[in-house]
Design a protein around this ligand. Structure first.
Ligand SMILES: Cc1cc2nc3c(=O)[nH]c(=O)nc-3n(C[C@H](O)[C@H](O)[C@H](O)COP(=O)(O)OP(=O)(O)OC[C@H]3O[C@@H](n4cnc5c(N)ncnc54)[C@H](O)[C@@H]3O)c2cc1C
Length: 376
């Protein structure tokens, strides 16, 4: 019988699973590597299925109240002419999207965690895990030790727990990078927008009633690391290729290199099973996707919801984890596979190469969005 659980990592997935488990009556410890949270200020897109999963742990309404719910995304040419729309269909009361600042989403989860009585140990991680079939003996980096029925690795893309228990996995660079920056929200920003150019694409996404952020995907070749002193000018140059007034008005506000969030895009698909003895993996630690479907965090929250549900059912731990795998593996793999395909097509376009016959980004995104509305 599982009673005492350690959650490693207090990101989106870790906080979600800890809240769900605590509400279900488990004894939960949470450790977080960083001494203080320093969540960066750009936004995150939550699709309807992410909101449905957040609702299972009781925070969807608050996330929508403090975020910016919107409908389908308008797909446009660089001058602003609309050519289509995209997005996961609404699910019940949940709209296609909620744009929200990452910091605010973190706060919503953290406040709920405090409310249910979770205490996080900050600045601590695991030193070693003696991982037995029904118990994991954990030594922490502060020298303390404890034993748990289950250890949940929610420690993100570079998961230390994954490395300790399952060995090394290599991230795969997809040839693309993303640039993000937060802005005061223009009065006429009525929904999310994506503008398509020959060499990059750019989204303008509402975050709160007063703020929005942009993302811009580009291909930076084999040497994608860009010195900080070039970030502002390079981002402004990219943005200047979109004559639409919505973007032009934002360009002068790009002034601080420290606020340019530039990331090289990589994926990781951990093979099944994502568990061994008493340790189980969720979120980016098991499946790191690229943001082409805006769904990585949604998957982490869904993993959390499913794990909480399965841990409450009868059976051996192996059965619990097998049921978790059955409900999560194919769905997560689909999202990473489709995101990689979309990324590969983008890369071909940016490099002036022909797309494979039948390639249709809008159709693939629509089909996947529909699949994500299926119950988890
Ligand atoms: C550019 C970009 C844009 C994205 N946009 C979207 C989007 O619009 N919508 C969406 O749904 N997803 C998006 N994602 C994906 C999303 O950010 C991730 O999928 C999500 O953050 C994963 O949550 P997680 O809890 O698994 O990992 P994380 O959020 O990375 O959390 C891991 C936590 O563990 C902590 N930690 C790390 N190592 C240790 C350790 N050894 N011990 C203890 N703690 C540790 C970290 O400090 C962190 O707090 C995007 C990703 C990128 C790169």
């Amino acid at each position: 019988m599982v009673k005492k659980i350690l959650v490693v990592g207090a990101g989106i997935g870790g906080q979600s699973v800890a809240i769900g488990l605590k509400k279900a009556g488990f004894e939960v410890d949470v450790i977080e590597l960083h001494k203080e949270f320093n969540v960066y200020g750009v936004g995150i897109i939550q699709q309807a299925n992410a909101l449905r999963a957040l609702d299972s742990i009781g925070v969807a309404d608050e996330a929508m109240r403090r975020g910016s719910p919107y409908g389908k995304v308008k797909l446009c040419l660089p001058h602003g002419v609309q050519i289509g729309e995209a997005g996961t269909p609404p699910i019940g009361k949940f709209p296609s999207h909620n744009g929200i600042s990452r910091k605010i989403l973190h706060d919503v989860l953290f406040e709920e965690a405090q409310k249910v009585g979770l205490k996080y140990r900050m600045g601590v991680t695991v030193e070693s895990i003696d991982n037995q079939p029904n118990v994991a003996h954990v030594t922490f980096t502060d020298g303390t030790k404890d034993s748990y029925d289950v250890v949940i690795a929610a420690d993100g893309v570079n998961s230390k727990v994954r490395k300790l228990i399952f060995g090394d996995f290599k991230l795969s660079y997809v040839g693309l990078s993303v640039w993000r920056y937060a802005f005061k929200r223009p009065a006429n920003l009525d929904t999310g927008y994506i503008f398509f150019n020959k060499k990059h694409k750019m989204g303008v996404i509402p975050m709160t009633a007063d703020t929005c952020y942009i993302f811009l995907n580009s291909a930076e070749g084999d040497n994608p690391l860009i010195p900080e002193n070039q970030l502002v000018e390079k981002l402004k140059t990219y943005m200047s290729a979109y004559p639409v007034p919505l973007v032009q008005e934002l360009i002068p506000q790009v002034i601080d290199a420290k606020l340019v969030n530039y990331r090289v895009l990589e994926t990781l698909k951990m093979p099944a099973p994502w568990y061994k003895n008493s340790v189980v993996v969720l979120g980016d630690a098991a499946h790191t996707t690229i943001p082409q479907l805006g769904s990585g965090a949604a998957l982490a929250i869904e993993d959390a919801v499913v794990l909480v549900e399965e841990l409450q059912k009868e059976g051996e731990l192996t059965d619990v984890f097998e049921r978790y795998m059955k409900r999560r593996y194919e769905r997560c793999k689909m999202v990473v596979d489709v995101s990689e395909t979309l990324g590969a097509w983008e890369l071909l376009e940016y490099n002036d190469q022909a797309l494979p016959e039948g390639a249709n980004m809008g159709m693939l995104m629509g089909k996947t969005g529909m699949a994500l509305t299926e119950p988890i």
